[in-house]
Design a protein around this ligand. Sequence first.
Ligand SMILES: *Cc1c(COP(=O)(O)O)cnc(C)c1O
Length: 348
Amino acid sequence: MAFSLDSILRENIKKAKPYSSARDEYKGTEGTFLDANENPYGSAIEKKVNRYPDPLQRDVKDALSKLKHVAPENIFLGNGSDEPIDLLIRATCQPAKDSILILPPTYGMYEVSAGINDVEIISVPLTRSFDLDPAAILAAVKPSTKIIFICSPNNPTGNLMSTDKVKTILSSFNGIVVVDEAYIDFADFTGFVPLLDQYPNLVVLQTFSKAWGMAALRIGTAYASKEIVSVLNKIKPPYNINLLTQEAALEALQNDSLKDEMVHKILAQRDWLRAELSKLPVCLELYPSDANFILMRTPDGKKVYDFLVDHVVITRDRSKIILCEGCIRITVGTEEENKRLLEVLKKY
Ligand SMILES: *Cc1c(COP(=O)(O)O)cnc(C)c1O
């Protein structure tokens, strides 16, 4: 099926003229800058942050481009990956008319963003083994459906989706397929970024919040066709990534081996924690994880969660979510944190 971005964009978005910032109109870095009503003397803090930051974050994109082997034109940076989720919905879905399709149990922000934008949510549950059912998904698509959100590795189940099934959906759906790879650094899989050229309707989301350890800085990445990236750039708030975050992301990208070392430690802890959890009576089932967390089925998720909270160990109660009856989601911590968790669970 030939994908046409134009056919799924909202009319007002197609016509929209982006805000032209001072930094867009004059791109040079040298000169007497009297264009943006900034304070010329400096800042009320030691660090000079008196000038507006690069709205297109060119330095960060150049560094990401080298690391990921993707052209800068195929990269969008957002205030967390939550921002491109919201922007994609707003670009394509007319409120009170259009729909998105989600695959529960999954990440909650797709539904929240759709709800805020008054966009209908079509839910097609994953299979019992938490994989995709392409036939059921494609059958549930309506003419109003603009985006399918696939989370892989999936939160809260932890598993990667089958690559072939994702490809089937990509080639059969005339809308955007978002593959959310927030946890891809923990998986033994290169992910979908290398397939961007093959699928004009593919958007891959990644983030600095998990493996890179920069959740507080709010920066996430969307990889997509130049056309999709231009639409996102057109509708984003002009200065969506602040200067300190841009500088920190650049620094992190230059030290990517530090990220790799942390991922390595987390994976070693994950394997050890799995083995230890499996020995406990409270553990009825442990699901395979391609991420930095483990979904564990217990006899009563709420009770186990509350018991852990009473001992100041905080996990996520997922027991009320479809297909996750009795489950808690446990983030892999440091060795000490994981030992503390096990100590408490032994008392349960
Ligand atoms: C944590 C997470 C994100 C990250 O969101 P940010 O806004 O980048 O912090 C995105 N998707 C999933 C599935 C997540 O679990």
